[in-house]
Write a protein that binds this ligand. Structure first.
Ligand SMILES: [Zn+2]
Length: 179
């Protein structure tokens, strides 16, 4: 009896081993909003520096993000005006991760129309094969990445960079100019 229960434990353990799904670690998990943030205690340069370091933004492109792109903090909703390259961050969301997401939108705006189409194909391919992009895409909280609506791949483009940074699949890296 004792032997049998031990045997069933071992069998269960072996089955678990086979059923185990690959586990991925998101290199840049979502930061909580800072509810106490105001214009007095939040500063854009610190947020930008934090993003440069944590996402390892290439040194040769940091001047672009400092001088060609305007990053502002305000009480309004975070968002990006792609063409004039203006990023607005809400004070509460002035963290490197949200900035990384918005910066990816500026980077997307630097792609040609052909490259945008090529990205969409590469992105759909990436979320259909096993790997970290598929894992990210299937997380329940990434609802906007899984919404097949106009521009879903643009948000996907931003989130792949925001959550994976340099750990994104090699075949997607060419779609992130200046990053
Ligand atoms: Zn976005």
């Amino acid at each position: 009896m004792r032997f049998l229960s031990r045997l069933s434990e071992i069998l269960k353990w072996i089955l678990d081993l086979f059923n185990r799904k690959p586990r991925f670690v998101i290199p840049h998990p979502e930061e909580p909003q800072n509810e106490d943030a105001t214009s007095d205690n939040t500063d854009m340069a610190t947020t930008r520096e934090g993003w440069f370091l944590a996402w390892d933004v290439p040194i040769e492109h940091r001047l672009f993000w400092t001088t060609d792109v305007t990053i502002e903090l305000s009480g309004q909703q975070s968002g990006t005006y792609i063409q004039p390259k203006i990023i607005n961050l809400n004070f509460k969301q002035a963290n490197p991760g949200v900035l990384a997401h918005e910066a990816a939108h500026v980077s997307y705006g630097l792609l040609s129309d052909l490259e945008k189409v090529a990205f969409e194909d590469a992105f759909i391919e990436a979320i259909s094969v096993d790997g970290i992009v598929k894992y990210l895409y299937n997380l329940p909280e990434r609802w906007y990445m899984s919404t097949i609506s106009g521009g879903f791949h643009i948000e996907g483009h931003a989130d792949v960079y925001r959550f994976l940074g340099g750990m994104m699949p090699a075949e997607l890296k060419r779609f992130y100019p200046r990053l």
